[in-house]
Design a protein around this ligand. Structure first.
Ligand SMILES: Cc1cc2nc3c(=O)[nH]c(=O)nc-3n(C[C@H](O)[C@H](O)[C@H](O)COP(=O)(O)OP(=O)(O)OC[C@H]3O[C@@H](n4cnc5c(N)ncnc54)[C@H](O)[C@@H]3O)c2cc1C
Length: 458
């Protein structure tokens, strides 16, 4: 790839669906009908005559579902992801709002870093707050409304590879085995995807999996909300890794159904939310006063917890032997410390990679190397953001990339400056919301601006 990663990343962010469908393949089979699989199916609907989405859950049932155990946890949709969804599904934002999602323009957001209120929220930090089932449900509704997309409820159990080409997926439907044939198979089975094992079993190479242990404990609870247009609607109180001994932070959003959704996260032995009393007490004692006010409302249901052991990525791009007609997207390729809220936005950018790949005259008779090379740019960007922050956590012990000490000092200066300087906060926001590549922060101008802002603040 001759263009710089930053340019590729910018181009992916600018991808729009074609005005007219232009099928380059007959049937595509997507395994996994969560956010990444549905977004891939949306893109494929423009380039395949038909698309089949296979999931072990019945995708016509609404609400939280067993195949997505993280679905009960608070999910932030980054502004970059919201833009992508609006391109793929025009009117998405208005439709989500009509279903109860709460608009959170910059004026309705409040951010704390290490207990200090950020004096500036950049004017482009536009957000939409809704539960994960609402967001996923709307993506599903819009995707399954496409005339050439259908679903199959089945558990995928393996690949069918004829010679060097993937030609289908083996499925189990209530004890009955079958095969779903296709010209392109998309793995969107999430972080526990069994694609590496399936490849190995079929005599192919399995991708190297890289992990960074973060030992994060998440807890989410829902509270009754009286205000129709709460101010603020979105509040984040994060701890920077250097100061976070074991408390990662907390957040609460106004969500549909006149509810507050509050999340708290800790590292290692810090396990918030074992009981409702513990959750409420910690919100009151460890976070700014408005968290206590939310916790003073009636709790609806139980506290839901989730353990996230590691960030992990699978290096499909580095495989020397890979069957044709096969790609992998979403958490199946890379899943990160959820504190940074990257997953759904990264999945949208993987869908953009698929769009570029298919539009560039992809030869489905050869391995999808161009797709994986594009996707690597997205994975590298998200991985560098989340793991470089996590490496500063006291309990994380590497692996440290070259030049880590210098780069972590630089990022500390920039992050500190976001509390007081709107220009730096805006640049930083563009990167954390995945609209710009992290390298856009690595300029002398940004560093000098950050140093000056930090000196002024002292
Ligand atoms: C605690 C937590 C909090 C998070 N918070 C955020 C956040 O704030 N913002 C954000 O953007 N992201 C967040 N994420 C990440 C986000 O949930 C994922 O990135 C997002 O769901 C995309 O994942 P996916 O579609 O690749 O996989 P998943 O959502 O895991 O879905 C995988 C799908 O594959 C299906 N499947 C699996 N195996 C098979 C099989 N053999 N046969 C058939 N079907 C199968 C499953 O049923 C499921 O539907 C969070 C994650 C966690 C764990």
């Amino acid at each position: 790839m001759s263009r710089s990663p930053a340019r590729v990343f910018a181009a992916l962010n600018a991808v729009r669906p074609p005005d007219q469908a232009s099928p380059v393949l007959g049937k595509a089979v997507v395994v996994g009908g969560s956010v990444a699989g549905l977004l891939a199916a949306r893109v494929l609907s423009d380039h395949a005559e038909s698309v089949v989405v296979i999931d072990r859950d019945d995708l016509h049932v609404t609400g939280a579902r067993p195949g997505v155990p993280q679905g009960t946890q608070l999910h932030a949709l980054l502004p970059g992801g919201l833009h992508q969804l609006e391109y793929l599904f025009p009117g998405f934002r208005a439709q989500a709002a009509a279903q109860g999602a709460v608009e959170a323009p910059p004026a309705a957001q409040r951010n704390y870093l290490d207990g200090r209120l950020k004096v500036v929220v950049p004017d482009d930090a536009d957000s939409l707050a809704g539960s994960r089932p609402l967001l996923e449900g709307l993506i599903r509704q819009r995707t399954l409304a496409l005339p050439n997309v259908k679903t199959v409820t089945a558990r995928a159990t393996g690949l069918v590879i004829d010679g060097v080409v993937t030609t289908g997926v083996r499925c189990d439907t209530g004890g009955v085995s079958g095969i779903e044939r296709g010209d392109l198979v998309v793995d969107a089975m999430g972080r526990s995807s069994r694609l590496p094992e399936w490849l190995e079993q079929a005599g192919w190479e399995r991708p190297v999996t890289r992990r960074m242990a973060v030992h994060l404990n998440y807890a989410t609870a829902v509270f009754r909300r009286a205000e129709t247009n709460p101010d603020p609607a979105v509040v984040l109180a994060l701890h920077s890794p250097r100061t976070a001994t074991d408390v990662a932070g907390a957040a609460y959003f106004a969500v549909e159904g006149d509810r507050w959704m509050a999340m708290m996260a800790g590292y290692g032995d810090n396990r918030p939310g074992r009981t409702a009393e513990d959750f409420v007490r910690r919100l009151r004692e460890q976070f700014p006063p408005e968290f206590g006010e939310v916790a003073g409302n009636e709790m609806l249901g139980d506290v839901r917890t989730y353990g996230h052991a590691d960030s992990r990525r699978r290096d499909f791009h580095a495989l020397t032997r890979l069957p044709a007609g096969l790609v992998s997207v979403g958490d199946a390729v890379a899943s990160f410390n959820p504190v940074y809220g990257q997953g759904m936005t990264a999945a949208a950018l993987h869908a953009a990679c698929l769009s570029v790949y298919l539009r560039s005259g992809a030869d489905l008779g050869t391995p999808a190397r161009r797709f994986f090379a594009l996707q690597k740019v997205v994975v590298d960007a998200a991985w560098s953001m989340s793991t470089s922050a996590d490496l500063a956590l006291p309990h994380v012990d590497g692996p440290y990339p070259r030049g880590y000490r210098l780069s972590s000092w630089v990022s500390r200066q920039i992050v500190t400056a976001t509390v007081t300087d709107v220009a730096i906060a805006r640049r930083f926001n563009q990167v954390v919301s995945m609209r710009e590549h992290p390298r856009s922060l690595a300029t002398p101008g940004v560093l000098l601006g950050a140093l000056r802002a930090n000196r002024r603040a002292r």
